[in-house]
Write a protein that binds this ligand. Structure first.
Ligand SMILES: Nc1ncnc2c1ncn2[C@@H]1O[C@H](COP(=O)(O)OP(=O)(O)OP(=O)(O)O)[C@@H](O)[C@H]1O
Length: 253
């Protein structure tokens, strides 16, 4: 079951930012969250990660109400990579990644082999091993982003929530990140702007517009010419790619 949202509403002042959102993120699958700027994607992800409380509605993790689960338990299983994540600038890359182990450690336990293994593997999977001793402030935007992903992987989460994680990444690293996340045995929810990348890598998609979910289903079901016009305001042609058999969008010039 993992993550389920039921009729979520979140308001700021008189503005309803998330308006009656329901969905289920299937275990082990990658759920893409699409929508134009300002449609409520980040706000929804922050609710799911437990950083904000909804005004009404319910989020459940394996059928337990998120509001009733302790913060430490949430931190042990849900990793969130925020859009504009910042980190204390005095740290080295490996120290940032080690922070991912924090929720798993108690006051009395020292650093374990398991912690070491998780950090080493996370650095390896994100291609950051060679830079593990570099200072955080010496990294490029894309390397910082990959370090944040490594920190989230080191956390060994059951659920991974990512807000536009391919921002700042060159095309090689965009593809390798999406390939990595789609192959992980975790439930992931990922906000993306690149619709072709979403079509290629996500198992299911939900599309938001003005705080509401306006489409949900497989990439084939969701990414139609009509939806691209009505929600994203673009003229486009959708074909099934002969290379990966997923939808491929050609935007009209
Ligand atoms: N803390 C806040 N105070 C005021 N308005 C907010 C706040 N957070 C979100 N909003 C408003 O809620 C709406 C949705 O914002 P949100 O960041 O969730 O959209 P988004 O779909 O993630 O956008 P983008 O694609 O540009 O990242 C926007 O109109 C935004 O201005």
């Amino acid at each position: 079951m993992t993550i389920k949202a039921d009729n979520l509403v979140w308001k700021i002042g008189s503005k309803t930012v998330v308006n009656g959102v329901s969905f289920t993120a299937e275990p082990g699958k990658m759920l893409g969250l699409l929508g134009p700027n300002g449609s409520g994607k980040t706000s929804l992800l922050r609710l799911i990660a437990g950083l904000k409380r909804p005004n009404s509605g319910r989020i459940t993790l394996d059928q337990a109400d998120l509001g009733s689960i302790g913060r430490r338990t949430i931190a042990q299983r849900v990793a969130f990579i925020e859009q504009h994540a910042t980190t204390n600038s005095n740290l080295r890359v490996v120290d940032v990644v080690k922070l991912g182990r924090f929720p798993h450690r108690s006051m009395f336990s020292g650093w374990t082999h398991e912690d070491d293994r998780a950090v080493t593997e996370a650095l390896e999977r994100t291609g950051m091993t060679a830079k593990r001793h570099d200072a955080w402030q010496s990294l490029s935007g894309g390397e910082k982003q990959r370090t944040h992903v490594a920190r989230a992987l080191a956390q060994s989460p059951k659920e991974l929530i990512l807000d536009e994680p391919t921002n700042h990444l060159d095309v090689q690293h965009q593809i390798s990140l999406l390939r990595l996340v789609s192959a992980l045995p975790v439930t992931s929810i990922i906000a993306l702007h690149d619709l072709n990348h979403a079509a290629m890598f996500c198992d299911n998609l939900i599309v938001m517009q003005e705080g509401k979910i306006v489409a949900a289903g497989s990439p084939q079901e969701v990414l139609t010419r009509d939806l691209l016009k009505s929600v994203f305001k673009v003229e486009a042609y959708v074909e099934t790619s002969p290379h990966h058999a997923r939808p491929h969008i050609h935007f009209a010039r």
